[in-house]
Design a protein around this ligand. Structure first.
Ligand code: SAM
Length: 221
């Protein structure tokens, strides 16, 4: 992939973890600031350790675009089976994003679908990744994201978290096997297993960033 020239616009990357989302916006030419409640020494851009909702309420309006990957443990299958205690942050995050007056997206997993408004689904096949990893994107604040065409899944998947047999795609969840393979196919060579199991592949947010730029140019024309 070729990194775009800086475009002078700032993205706030909330719930940033190790920076899968942030990397895609940087590749699209944005200056990125990440916020996470935990220290994130692998995060490759400017980083602030803080509560994301508190931070966006205070400073969100200073950014051109805001991405929020609310923690998905609340909605993952394994957590639901185990009876999770994680708070649901989607509604309070949306309220805080709307209050900024800026364009934004909320990204999440399939388990959160009932809580997302008109989400677009992104799949690795749309970006020629050797992986599926579906993620769902709600857009707001005046930003509209089109649904790309979804190519048929033709390659079989390995079982969740299990070693990836030849001719299969991996499912890099839980305590999965194949960190090096996951780094390569998802495009996240700086991450460890903890970051990989949580991340959105940078190709997805590079797509969102380029659509944002196109919509800003249309408004300016
Ligand atoms: C699903 S991960 C984000 C993945 C990231 N977008 C990526 O692509 O690599 C969610 C992150 O939210 C963080 N988090 C949880 N509660 C938070 C809060 N209240 N404020 C900020 N970060 C929080 C977790 O530490 C975790 O790193």
């Amino acid at each position: 992939m070729v990194t775009a020239l800086p475009n002078g616009l700032r993205v706030l990357d909330l719930f940033c973890c190790q920076g899968g989302a942030g990397k895609g916006y940087a590749d699209a030419g944005f200056e990125v600031t990440g916020v996470d409640i935990d220290p994130q020494p692998r995060y490759p851009f400017r980083f602030v350790q803080a509560d994301a909702i508190d931070y966006v309420r205070r400073y969100g309006a200073e950014y051109d675009f805001i991405h929020a990957s609310c923690p998905c443990q609340h909605d993952s299958d394994c957590q639901r089976i185990q009876g999770n205690k994680h708070p649901d942050l989607i509604a309070p995050t949306r309220a805080a994003l709307e209050a900024t007056g800026r364009p934004w997206v909320i990204e999440n997993v399939g388990g959160a679908l009932p809580k997302l408004r008109n989400p677009v689904m992104l799949c690795g096949q749309m970006f020629r990744l050797e992986n599926y990893r579906h993620r769902f994107i709600e857009a707001g604040g005046g930003f509209v994201l089109d649904q790309p065409q979804h190519p048929e899944h033709l390659v079989p998947q390995a079982k969740m978290g299990r070693p990836v047999p030849p001719g299969h795609y991996g499912q890099f969840v839980g305590n999965f096997s194949g960190v090096d393979l996951a780094r390569r196919v998802l495009g996240v060579p700086w991450m460890n297993r903890d970051g990989i199991r949580e991340c959105i592949p940078p190709a997805y947010t590079e797509y969102i960033g380029t659509r944002l730029l196109a919509s800003l140019l249309e408004v300016a024309a």
